[in-house]
Design a protein around this ligand. Structure first.
Ligand code: IPM
Ligand code: MG
Length: 360
């Protein structure tokens, strides 16, 4: 029997509720396919700060580094809003991304046929949309130096540095071309090369790498145009490659095509062994303990783990099919409630998906 060791970082707010359901689904998968998933819990975010005075304790990092993959819920709570920036829960996310070298963030934005009417956009615009956003995750203005708030010319002056090494652009470009190759062979690289030098290097480098992937059709788009095109005609996109800050913004925008943040998973990959999987939504502390948050994004993140960390593509599909079947059968959590459908709680949604994994 194969054993996979998963670091389980539930985090804050509703993080535990959603990861509980993903663990349930993985256990059912384990039974069905004779895989032993071994979960090692560790603290991250505000709950880690409460206990260790840091949102990313050494112990958590060690557990993550020793694991085969990391499953994360979410971090953050309003009660930490007044902490100094270096110990806020969000810092743990940036820290673990950097420490595990998780430079490639895959954020699919899929519009499920059962849910097209939930999108704030017209059904005929969004239906059939299936985009994979590939966001560089360990560079850019998020990590660039110098940065800070100083006094300059007698007033406060805040600054960050938007910067990329060529090698950082190359490695994420290779991932994007490979992902595009396995999909519809269309890659759109998004930058601001008409204004920013860092984007000029981005575009030159991506264009250079494209010579190694002649079967993939590459286009370049400015980020302002891309944000407009995502709303105007999302189906024109297959894979989008972009930097850290543009990817942060565009992936939130794209999430709305599908109607609810509660549906969208993500994978953060490195060139090493470890990858991390998490829903793209936050910790929703206002929903904590109410058994109403949607676990689908986290369950689909666990599915991505099977595909990207363990090469179990068929089992990934098994989970995705079980989720789709559950939606087709008319079950909804409250964020995706629809008239004529039964609204169920977090744990019931998890159970319904488990049933369909086991019995189809
Ligand atoms: C995300 C989030 C994070 C980011 C925050 C919470 C640090 O918005 O994962 O998209 O900006 O990367
Ligand atoms: Mg974001």
């Amino acid at each position: 029997m194969t054993t996979y060791n998963i670091a389980l970082l539930a985090g804050d707010g509703t993080g535990k509720e959603v990861t509980d359901e993903a663990v349930k689904v993985l256990k059912v998968i384990g039974e069905k396919y004779s895989i032993d998933f071994n979960f090692e819990p560790a603290l991250i975010g505000g709950c880690a700060y409460d206990k260790f005075n840091t949102p990313l304790p050494e112990e958590t990092l060690n557990i993550a580094k020793k694991s085969d993959a990391v499953l994360l819920g979410a971090v953050g709570d309003w009660k930490y809003d007044n902490l100094p920036p270096e110990v806020r829960p969000e810092r743990a996310l940036l820290g673990i991304r950097k420490e595990l070298n998780l430079f490639a963030n895959l954020r699919p934005a899929t519009v499920y046929p059962e849910l097209t009417e939930l999108s704030p956009l017209k059904e005929n615009v969004v239906s059939g949309t299936d985009i994979m956003i590939i966001r560089e995750l360990t560079g850019d203005v998020y990590f660039g130096t110098p940065k800070g708030i100083d006094i300059k010319n007698g007033e406060k002056f805040g600054y960050n540095n938007m910067c990329y090494y060529e090698s950082e652009i190359k490695r994420i470009a290779h991932i994007a071309f490979k992902v595009a190759r396995a999909r519809n062979k269309k890659l759109c690289s998004v930058d601001k090369a008409n204004v920013l030098d860092v984007s000029r290097l981005w575009r030159e480098t991506v264009n250079e790498i494209s010579k190694e992937y002649l079967d993939v059709e590459l286009s370049n788009m400015y980020v302002d145009n891309a944000s407009m095109q995502l709303i105007r005609n999302p189906r024109q996109f297959d894979v989008i490659l972009t930097g850290n800050i543009f990817g942060d913004i565009l992936s939130d925008e794209a999430s709305m095509l599908s109607g609810s943040l509660g549906l969208l998973p993500s994978a953060s990959l490195s060139d090493g062994k470890i990858a991390m999987y998490e829903p793209i939504h936050g910790s929703a502390p206002d929903l904590k303990g109410k058994n109403i948050v949607n676990p689908i994004a986290t369950i689909l993140s666990a599915a991505m783990m099977l595909k990207y960390s363990f090469n179990l593509d068929n089992i990934h599909d098994d989970i995705v099919n079980a989720v789709r079947k559950t939606l087709k059968d008319g079950y909804r959590t409250q964020d995706i409630a629809q008239s004529g459908m039964e609204t169920v709680g977090t744990d019931k949604m998890g159970n319904l998906i488990c049933d369909r994994v086991l019995h189809g």
